[in-house]
Write a new protein. Structure first.
Length: 206
């Protein structure tokens, strides 16, 4: 009995003494597994997962509170990236915009196997919009009655389109995704979101 006990004890000690991989190697392996499982071969997503662009690096450096001169530089550089529609039309169909706002498909790690499936904006994850939707996030400001209070003229259409396209052009280190800049939404989809927020017939403005 004593001999058996000693054998078991030795086996336990031997297992506990197994040398773990060096920390840097383990970290690299964990990072590689994460990248492969999260991006599923999507190279654009992979690039954003493994690295930061200049704006993201600056915002990380200053913990999203950059000094005035850095914030101005970010906003100026990002404003230059906004591409407005060639036809000059900035508002689409609010009904389509509502579907985009409710749809979270696109950059989730489970969104695979549907290459022709358009992305959604998942707007309700951060904002309140139409009053019939009871489940919405509060990370961003309420957008209910946005068009009713701000108007729907050309200048406001241009502002909303640009804000959705690249929010960093208006507020440095904004937490809002750069939907157009990163090609999450197409220009046509952004037009529909503009209509959702500004069209007097949209439920957002009722």
């Amino acid at each position: 009995m004593k001999a058996a006990f000693l054998l078991v004890a030795c086996a336990v000690l031997a297992a506990g003494c197994t040398t773990p991989p060096p920390e840097n190697e383990a970290r690299r392996e964990a990072q590689a597994v994460f990248e492969r499982s999260f991006t599923h071969g999507n190279q654009e997503m992979f690039a954003r997962v493994v690295g930061q662009d200049e704006v993201q690096a600056l915002c990380s450096r200053y913990r999203n509170q950059p000094p005035a001169d850095v914030a101005e530089r970010i906003e100026k550089s990002q404003a230059a990236t906004i591409v407005y529609p060639e036809d000059g039309k900035l508002m689409g169909d609010w009904r389509m915009g509502e579907k985009i706002a409710e749809d979270g498909f696109g950059l989730r790690f489970t969104d695979t196997g549907q290459p022709n499936r358009p992305n959604g904006g998942n707007c309700y994850a951060c904002h309140r919009l139409a009053p019939h939707e009871l489940s919405y996030g509060t990370l961003g400001p309420s957008l209910y009655r946005f068009g009713s209070t701000r108007g729907s003229g050309e200048a406001m259409q241009r502002y909303v389109y640009g804000k959705v396209y690249n929010s960093q052009a208006f507020t440095a280190c904004s937490g809002m995704p750069r939907f157009g800049y990163h090609k999450v939404l197409t220009p046509e989809q952004i037009k529909h979101v503009v209509a959702l927020l500004l069209d007097p017939e949209s439920p957002v403005n009722k």
